[in-house]
Design a protein around this ligand. Structure first.
Ligand code: ZN
Length: 518
């Protein structure tokens, strides 16, 4: 592209004001710092020797500080003000105008937090995570309680600094960082009826006379072949391994450094290939979103994912709507038999499909099946909302956790390691995060329902290993826009409706009723 062409938006004849170029290069530079940190974090989780962690923490802290300095530079505020004063530009409806709107959002958020608060928060959560690791290992909540008390106090300060949106509550200010515009009232309006339906449906499943066989989920397969097989599957789904990697870590994740450098991790269980398969497909779903972001917009809001909920919609769709579908298992059974020959020959398509869809209420969120998973999320949402408002004290947390898990899932929590100490989120100060898992699950079902309407023979294609039509549809409808549209606008554009739990319940019941003979 020539310089003259670069001065104009490709979509709009309105010339770009000079401040736009200055703003864009500052944002791109801050993103270079962020993405350098992402590579170091990936390295820490996959490769770094244990004694290198302390030095790595200092490297990451420096990068975080430099990035904060870039993004809160008063000149950024000046450029934004100048651009916002140009009404013709702002009202052009262009991608660049959307970038200014989103950059303002980020700038307001970053500058509302004084640097003293940011560094105190960072130091407390860094130490708290170490305390949490020990407390979880020993199932010793009292050892973690003072740390969590401190984090809740700082989190309440943070909510006050960010400011409660009008008519809202402090939790909303925290959730906004992960899911812009998300409020506790909106989440409650979706969760309350969904919870009642899920609890009733899971009870029905528990009483069913027929159950899919669980045998394949305890079937030993060599780890080296599992690794080859899982790579084969995610490549076939559309994750581009020439622009990404798959490695091993304790907790699977997707690290984003650039659309041409997307790092996935997974974990392997000798006795259950479905563990690695499900988590790899999930992370590859996140990865295909990152790979689908427009290259020329990287570093700007238009080259960034919308929110955690929309990110999670991509991972859940590939994991659940695709990876747990009968069509997928028709294709995958053949792939599995040829990779593991002859060890999988005796399992039929129906047995493998059934094993991927067993419903079993349990204690651990990350091990939960598709039906019970959201109840784990709802318990955490209710508890963190009360912790942030002050209605629940940290000392009361274990008892309330155990009571709500029993009430929702019917299982008894034997200790805090398998209870309120299981997740890392609160030790990181990430309050307002959990609901994005369920919002993402609901978006996934609603997006996939729209894809089925618009792509003829979509699911028949899965049985032949044809997944490209879905990826192309997601690339064009969701990935290509970056943050141009909010979650709510995107949902409306892609599906023609606001977010609803109906497509998710239709997906779940449509699949599980026949499997359980209901
Ligand atoms: Zn995820």
């Amino acid at each position: 592209m020539t310089n003259a062409a670069a001065a104009f938006s490709s979509l709009d004849p309105h010339p770009l004001p000079p401040a736009y170029g200055q703003l864009a290069s500052a944002l791109r530079e801050a993103n270079l710092l962020r993405s350098t940190g992402a590579v170091l974090t990936w390295d820490q989780e996959t490769m770094a020797p244990p004694r290198g962690i302390e030095h790595r923490s200092r490297q990451l802290a420096l990068l975080a500080r430099l990035q904060h300095e870039r993004t809160t530079d008063p000149r950024v505020g000046d450029w934004l003000g100048e651009l916002e004063a140009d009404r013709g530009f702002i009202e052009s409806g262009s991608m660049e105008a959307a970038n200014v709107r989103e950059a303002r959002r980020d700038y307001l958020r970053e500058t509302r937090l004084p640097v003293e608060h940011v560094s105190e928060f960072a130091e407390v959560v860094s130490n708290a995570q170490q305390a949490w690791i020990g407390a979880r290992r020993d199932s010793d909540f009292p050892a973690f309680e003072p740390w969590l008390t401190n984090i809740v106090a700082l989190t309440r300060d943070r909510a006050a600094l960010l400011g409660t949106p009008e008519g809202g509550e402090p939790w909303d200010a925290l959730a906004d960082a992960f899911e812009p515009g998300c409020t506790a009232a909106h989440v409650t309006a979706i969760f309350t009826p969904l919870r009642a339906r899920l609890v009733a449906f899971i009870a029905e499943i528990a009483g069913a006379s027929r159950r899919p066989s669980d045998e394949f989920n305890d079937h030993e397969l060599p780890l080296e072949t599992q690794q080859l097989f899982v790579r084969h599957v995610i490549a076939r789904l559309g994750f581009d391994l020439s622009r990404g990697r798959l490695d091993t870590s304790t907790h699977p994740f997707c690290g984003s450094t650039h659309c041409h450098d997307v790092r996935l991790t997974t974990r392997y269980d000798l006795r259950c290939v479905n563990d690695a398969l499900g988590s790899s497909i999930h992370e590859a779903g996140h990865g295909m979103y990152e790979q689908g972001l427009p290259e020329r917009e990287i570093g700007l809001p238009s080259g960034t994912a919308v929110s955690l909920g929309i990110h999670e919609s991509q991972s859940r769709m590939w994991e659940n709507q695709v990876g747990r579908s009968r069509g997928f298992w028709q294709w995958c059974t053949t792939a599995m038999r040829s990779h593991f020959a002859p060890s999988c020959d005796r399992f039929s398509v129906d047995e493998l499909y059934g094993a991927a869809n067993v419903v079993k209420p349990g204690l651990i969120r990350v091990d939960a099946d598709e039906a019970t998973y959201n109840l784990h999320v709802m318990v955490r949402f209710e508890l963190e909302r009360r912790l942030v408002s002050g209605a629940l004290s940290v000392g009361e947390l274990p008892g309330e956790w155990n009571r709500l898990i029993k009430e929702h899932l019917g299982v008894t929590v034997p200790n805090d390691r398998l209870g309120c100490l299981q997740d890392v989120h609160w030790s990181m100060g990430a309050f307002g995060y959990f609901p994005t898992y369920t919002l993402g699950t609901l978006y996934a079902a609603q997006f996939h329902e729209a894809a089925r309407r618009e792509i003829p023979g979509l699911e028949d294609g899965y049985s032949r290993g044809e997944f490209e039509p879905l990826l192309r549809w997601l690339n064009a409808g969701i990935h290509a826009h970056g943050r141009r549209y909010s979650s709510a606008e995107l949902c409306q554009r892609v599906t023609g409706a606001t977010l609803s739990a109906e497509p998710f319940m239709a997906h779940l019941e449509g699949k599980l009723r026949p499997l359980y003979g209901l």
